[in-house]
Design a protein. Structure first.
Length: 313
């Protein structure tokens, strides 16, 4: 069945890839974005499709739309430089924006998927992280506007579900990379690739032994759609990430190996405050409930991402 679907943050990295797949699946897609971190360039191909509509709007403000079947709520700055630029705005986006989208879903009797984050686990003492883990978050740290904003939005989503019967879904997204990223995004994969392509020093914060698990954006999009469409009325939360874990130093070496002509050298700087030392998802629930697991290895996705960045810088 063709559906009318709203994607908030649809001009962003993940949102634009999601819009593309939903259009390919035959749905009518409304993209809501205010370009705080979203990019107009991500919409160029999407706007050629007659089933695509763009609305320039800030989710902090309520909006009235009718006939919606589903809402994918991805609107929020997601990289540390972006969400720390205006921390109060980030917190407002997470909480007020989520409340507005939940109310819109209730009015339309639509399903809503809230895009939360692995940052709700903070600097975890449980490894790998299961959905039952309550996290280790500094509530007054420099990252807390994002971490605690998403945690509060999860609370709001579940309370809305319990009070009104709103048809909600919650995903927790682990580190994701791929085409559509902003070259100035500030996340580690984009930083390393852009630095290597432009012969700048590759900057590792800390000693490089901290770990991350990197999933290619196509895997995240497929998992998000499976979560929205699951027939079990499974609310979540559910981890969506790739459990293949690498140190930051290993990632830097993989980028250099794929760009042998780069003149970049690895340099080390102080680790920012509250930066997690390890991050790896337990995806047992995603496998069981959604029949989902990532398919694209870093060795496949990284060269694709490098070619994307070659085309935009």
């Amino acid at each position: 069945m063709n559906k009318k679907i709203l994607v908030t943050g649809g001009a962003g990295f993940v949102g634009s890839n999601l819009c593309k797949t939903l259009l390919e699946n035959g749905h009518k897609v409304i993209c809501l974005d205010n370009f705080y971190t979203g990019r107009k360039e991500n919409l160029i191909e999407l706007e050629k499709n007659s089933n695509f509509e763009f609305i320039n709007h800030n989710v902090i403000e309520a909006i009235d739309l009718e006939g919606l079947d589903e809402i994918y709520h991805f609107a929020c700055p997601a990289s540390p430089p972006h969400y720390q630029r205006d921390p109060i705005f980030t917190l407002q986006t997470s909480v007020w924006g989520t409340f507005n989208m939940l109310e819109l879903a209730r009015k339309n009797d639509a399903k809503i998927l809230f895009a939360s984050t692995s940052e709700v686990y903070g600097d975890p003492v449980e490894h790998p992280q299961r959905e039952s883990y309550w996290g280790n978050v500094n509530p007054i740290g420099i990252r807390s506007n994002y971490d605690e904003g998403k945690r509060a939005a999860e609370t709001l989503t579940m309370d809305h579900h319990r009070k009104y019967g709103t048809k909600v879904r919650i995903i927790r997204i682990f580190n994701t990379y791929g085409g559509g990223m902003d070259p100035l995004d500030g996340r580690v994969v984009s930083n390393f690739i852009v630095q290597a392509l432009t012969d700048q020093d590759i900057t590792i914060y800390g000693d490089g032994t901290q770990t991350r698990s990197f999933q290619y954006v196509d895997d995240l999009v497929s998992g998000s759609i499976k979560m929205m469409e699951n027939e079990l009325n499974f609310v979540g939360p559910v981890n969506l990430g790739n459990p293949n874990e690498f140190t930051i130093a290993q990632l830097a070496q993989k980028v250099i190996a794929l760009l042998p002509d780069t003149k970049s050298k690895v340099v080390y700087k102080d680790l920012p405050g509250d930066d997690p030392k390890q991050r790896k998802p337990d995806i047992s629930i995603a496998k069981e409930k959604l029949d989902w697991e990532p398919k694209i290895l870093l060795e496949v996705g990284l060269p694709k991402t490098i070619e994307y960045f070659r085309s935009v810088i």
